[in-house]
Design a protein around this ligand. Sequence first.
Ligand code: GDP
Ligand code: MG
Length: 385
Amino acid sequence: MNWFGFGKKKSKPEEAAPEQPAEAPAEQPDAPAPAPVGETPAPVAGPVQGDALTPVPDPAMEPAPAPAPAPEPEAPPAAPVPAKPEGFFKRLSSGLSKSSAQLSGVFTKRKLDSEALDELEELLIAADLGAATAAKVIDRLAKDRFDKDVTDTEIRQALADVITETLEPFQAPLDISGSAPQVLLFVGVNGSGKTTTLGKLAVKMTREGANIITAAGDTFRAAAVEQLEVWSKRAGAHFLSRPHGADAAGLAYDAVQEGRRIGADAVLIDTAGRLQNKAELMEELRKILRVIAKVDEAAPHHVVLVLDGTVGSNAISQAEAFMEAAKVTGLVMTKLDGTAKGGALVQVAEKFALPIHFIGVGEGEDDLQPFIARDFARALAGLEA
Ligand SMILES: Nc1nc2c(ncn2[C@@H]2O[C@H](COP(=O)(O)OP(=O)(O)O)[C@@H](O)[C@H]2O)c(=O)[nH]1
Ligand SMILES: [Mg+2]
């Protein structure tokens, strides 16, 4: 499958580089220093060679999707038509069973009177779908089926239809076809799946022939740096890091500079997610945004908010916080394979009108799927694909 169109177009780094003064920005204290700091690895380790491009087999995973089929000549680069590996829907629907199970049993063959409708509305709200979506489902059912017998399946169908209609406008591929390097910042609270999502994307992109730089911007956790290094090796991406506790904005600055220098297609920047100290986190994110805009005023081209599907409606307050801290441009929801409460995605997308790019359905490199509203809706409603 070809998600990003790298096989088709070759970006020209020269075009991407508007004439900008090369000198260091005044507020950028240590970033522009070309030399690596202390025992930091060289700013950009060469792409790992040898078997780095060979996917690491993950026994828990299903077979990887077939390598990109011959691209159709006229296919638009951003066509959201992913081939899904077998069993993907099953994993999604079992992950969402916590939500869909809430609907079970209650509505098996019974009359849809106003009491039943109230009960259903409560269930939908409890499943984090939000009052607006719950009301839409109720209205639809009431219109067609009021005082008639309804089956469990009819209820689920109405729910799936409403969620599909609600989310379809937000189903949007991640478009990185603009001027290279495209700069992507990954934000979200600790543990939401930022590093993993960044790693999975790096793998996808390099498989499509893209030249990628990753930057370990969560400099507060040594483990996060190592984790990204492992993913970067797996992807065959250039990896940039700094010592523990170093300035993340400086690293981000270097990464974007380096991306321009080597003509990379994309620079993927990881960040820390210490929402406990909101003011500090916001300041750090703002600083990152400020300094990378000095290298390329259009950067970051994407600020991807990674939300954990298991946190339920907490996702809404997280989205609120990150919308404030950084201009979020799109969403990924992870862990929809576990015991997710994915209904909150409906609320987040609607409330913030944010495109949803991908969902995470596992920890392996192929466990990131383009977001398909209909699949998500049917899984959430407990229907078959
Ligand atoms: N089951 C499952 N686990 C995931 C998924 N995405 C990430 N994880 C796991 O969640 C944990 C936190 O992820 P990480 O990427 O380190 O989060 P970060 O702190 O936001 O960078 C790790 O153990 C990941 O392997 C997913 O889609 N499904
Ligand atoms: Mg991380």
